[in-house]
Structures are given as structure tokens and as C-alpha cells.
Write a protein that binds this ligand. Structure first.
Ligand code: SF4
Ligand code: SF4
Length: 427
């Protein structure tokens, strides 16, 4: 290399071109970066925990950031967590610990298998033991421990929705025994006003189909999946023990659930503790098997433009994308359109992994709620109705419709409510 050419590559201390200071910043990429003086203490604290080891496998490729729903409205994702840990963040006391909704989208694309669904519960469990838990979440966990549901309602009130309904429903807490379908109703279908609408619709549809079904009534308790993901493994174990005993007491052919979180718990996590396999189906899977019968029962048309929100715990976690669509597309008159982020790439509503009870904390670190972002997408594709099949979602999305000033522009309905309307002529 000539002296002249060499000079061209030396960074100048001062370089002003056309009045702009361009002092060699571009050239600093050749300066060796110090990569050995990180303090790994806080990273080690995380990766030494049983279940959280995979955080150490991250090689910073950033595939996860583009798909993380929280990063979409803030700054988050496994890569960012790793980098912060490397630079000294104490995750056990940091708000980042509670931002992940365990939606599973990062694991879907991560080439190294960094598993937030295991990392988060492990670190959260330790944080809870050290007394570092957000107040709003603490309240929910206490309610579940004391009353068996996150709302803190009495077990007696769990069956109120049935009493207001003129339909035969076998309450297994009063008449235990064999039943074809044991329907696990879930907390939000039992207690939340909009969940109750869907529970009543489900009972009517089951009866019209001639299903022999029963519910656990006041003996049903929260399935515990969200509490497990919040780090409360002890509480989860208690709930498993209770619900498993109730399932044993009432022999059944199928365990049909309203809630994808319950589906995930009974399918993937109860067996680890009880050694039992459960004949569990989400209600959309169960009803999709009765699609021919349902088609013959439709007497009303539902002439609306609808789109569907895939629940993370039915779709990405358990691979069921078709059953809800089979039902929706069978409804006479419906005009169905997909959102841009659907199926494997479905956008999280923000309710998973404890997010349902953390809107206060997450609101401080994001530009908008995930549910608000999703509602805007539904409107963008031209939907008049956002259709869901998870008990968390009607309440989350109805709130988001209000907070984004879209009342009147978008309705939120559970699939079962539409089926009920079209076969039972219910308004
Ligand atoms: S995709 Fe996996 S390996 Fe890549 S940055 Fe994210 S967590 Fe790390
Ligand atoms: S699980 Fe979902 S919310 Fe959590 S970091 Fe991964 S993509 Fe983000």
C-alpha cells in the first residue's frame, strides 16, 4: 500500500466537509471493542436458576425482537433482556420481569431455543419469594389462593349464571357421577358479566345439540395456568390437586373447556404432576366435530364483517388454528377476513402470563396496550365484529374498543355467542 493510500484510511481528528463535521465516526468500527469486562453476576443469577438456563444461549441475533408484541408498543424481547443483564440489570427487581406475556412468539423464531415460557416463571418464582411482586398481581394471587378465582368472589357465586338461565344444567357438585362431557366453565365465564353471556350461550348450544354434560359448579377452581406462569408454582400445585380430584370424582368421556389457558394446563402441565392424561378439548374443537349437526340447526343469518383473534394458548402454544375458523365460516351470512397478524403470527392480547392483571405496570412502559393495538388492526382490515374464543378477551378487547374511541365501530363477541344467536334466535 502506498503512503498516499495509507493516509486515506487514517481517521482524521477534525474533518469538516461542506460545513458538516464528519470526524471519522464511520472509521471507529475498526477499533477493537472491549467484550471481556462485562459483569456477568446478574446474568449468572438468572441462568443458574432451574428452568432459566436458556437465557445464556442467546447469541443476540435479534430474530425475537421483530415478533415480540411488547416490543411493538415499547422496547422489549429476549435479546434486549440478555443485553441488559450483561450490562448489570437485576431482573429480579426490575419491571421487565413482568412485561412478558409468555405469548411464545419469540421461541417460534429463536434459533437457539431461548425459552421465555420457562425463564419467566423461574425468575418470577424467586422474585416472589424475595417479596418483589407488583401489588396488582399480588392481589390476584391472594384471591386465587383464598377464593379459588382471581376476582376474589365466593365459590357460591360461581353458579349464579346458571340460576338466571332457564336451561337444564347438571351441577356435579350436587349430583356427582358419570357424564359424557365435563364442561370446565372457567373463572371469567362464571363471574364476568360478558363471560356469563358466553357461558349461558354455551349451555343453550350444548342442550340444543343434545349433549349429556355437567359442570363442577361451586367445586370448580381456577385452572392455575396463569398463576404458574406468574411464578406461583406452589399455588398451581394446590389447584392441580383440587381440580384433578374433582375430575376423578366425576368420570367423563371428554373434558371440554371454555378457556385456552385451562386447555394448556390440562393438556400439558397437569399430567406432569398427576401422571394422568386428560381427554381435554377446547370448546371450538368439540363443536367443530358437530359441525354438520350445527349447520342444520342454523335458522338465522349473521350478516356482518368479522375477523378472528387467535388466542396464543390455543394457537401458537397448542397448534389449533382451524377449529375456530371452521365454526366461524359455517355461520350463515358471515363475511370473514383475516387480520395481517394471524395464526402462527397472531398478535397477543396482552392477557397471558399474568398480563391480565398487570395493565397498571405495563401501561407505564408501553405506548399503548396490546389489546388496543389489536383492536386498531381489526378496524384496519374492515371488521365490524372482532370474534374471540378465550374468556379473557371479550373484557380486554371491549375495554380497548372504548379506550381507543371506537365504540360503535367494532363489536367484540365470543364465537359461541354468534352460534347461539343463529340457532336459538337470541339477540
Ligand atoms: S432470537 Fe433467540 S438467540 Fe436470537 S436474539 Fe432472540 S433470544 Fe437471542
Ligand atoms: S414470549 Fe412473547 S411477550 Fe414474551 S418476550 Fe417472547 S415474544 Fe415477547
Amino acid at each position: 500500500m502506498s503512503e498516499h493510500e495509507y493516509q486515506r484510511h487514517v481517521e482524521k481528528e477534525h474533518a469538516i466537509i461542506d460545513g458538516i463535521d464528519v470526524s471519522g465516526i464511520w472509521n471507529r468500527m475498526w477499533v477493537p471493542r472491549e467484550t471481556t469486562d462485562f459483569d456477568f453476576t446478574n446474568l449468572d443469577k438468572v441462568r443458574d436458576l432451574k428452568g432459566a438456563e436458556s437465557i445464556g444461549w442467546c447469541y443476540q441475533c435479534a430474530q425475537c425482537i421483530g415478533v415480540c408484541p411488547v416490543d411493538n408498543v415499547g422496547s422489549y424481547g429476549p435479546r434486549k433482556l440478555y443485553s441488559k443483564l450483561q450490562n448489570g440489570m437485576d431482573l429480579f427487581t426490575h419491571s421487565d420481569l413482568w412485561m412478558c406475556t409468555t405469548c411464545n412468539n419469540c421461541l417460534r423464531v429463536c434459533p437457539k431455543g431461548v425459552d421465555m415460557m420457562k425463564i419467566m416463571p423461574a425468575v418470577r418464582e424467586q422474585a416472589i419469594l424475595e417479596g418483589n411482586v407488583p401489588v396488582e398481581l399480588q392481589e390476584m394471587l391472594q384471591n386465587v389462593a383464598e377464593y379459588g378465582n382471581p376476582m376474589g368472589e365466593s365459590a357460591r357465586k360461581r353458579v349464579r349464571w346458571m340460576k338466571k338461565l332457564d336451561e337444564p344444567i347438571r351441577d356435579l357438585s350436587k349430583e356427582p357421577g358419570d357424564v359424557d362431557v365435563l364442561w370446565y366453565v372457567s373463572d371469567y365465564f362464571s363471574y364476568h358479566p360478558r363471560g356469563i353471556d358466553a357461558a349461558q350461550a354455551m349451555a343453550r348450544v350444548f342442550n340444543r345439540l343434545g349433549i349429556d354434560f355437567g359442570v363442577l359448579g361451586r367445586e370448580e377452581k381456577c385452572d392455575g395456568d396463569s398463576q404458574r406462569l406468574c411464578g406461583e408454582s406452589g399455588l398451581f400445585e394446590e389447584l392441580v390437586e383440587h381440580n384433578h380430584a374433582m375430575f376423578e370424582k366425576n368420570p367423563h368421556e371428554r373434558l371440554v373447556v371454555s378457556d385456552p389457558h385451562a386447555y394448556n394446563a390440562f393438556k400439558n402441565h397437569y399430567p406432569e404432576l398427576t401422571g394422568n392424561e386428560y381427554p381435554v378439548q377446547h370448546y371450538t374443537q368439540f363443536l367443530a366435530e358437530h359441525i354438520d349437526q350445527l349447520k342444520q340447526m342454523f335458522t338465522e343469518r349473521f350478516e356482518r364483517k368479522v375477523t378472528f383473534h387467535d388466542p396464543c394458548y390455543l394457537g401458537r402454544h397448542n397448534g389449533e388454528y382451524e377449529a375456530p375458523r371452521t365454526l366461524i365460516e359455517a355461520i350463515p351470512g358471515i363475511e370473514f377476513m383475516e387480520m395481517y397478524r394471524c395464526k402462527q403470527q397472531g398478535y397477543c392480547c396482552g392477557g397471558g402470563g399474568g398480563g391480565m392483571w398487570l395493565d397498571g405496570l405495563t401501561g407505564e412502559h408501553t405506548s399503548e396496550r396490546l389489546s388496543e393495538n389489536r383492536v386498531r388492526e381489526a378496524i384496519m382490515v374492515g371488521a365490524e365484529v372482532l370474534v374471540v374464543c378465550c374468556p379473557y378477551e371479550v373484557s380486554r378487547f371491549e375495554d380497548a374498543v372504548k379506550s381507543t374511541d371506537n365504540e360503535g365501530a367494532l363489536e367484540v363477541m365470543d364465537i359461541i355467542e354468534i352460534i347461539d344467536m343463529c340457532i336459538n334466535n337470541k339477540e
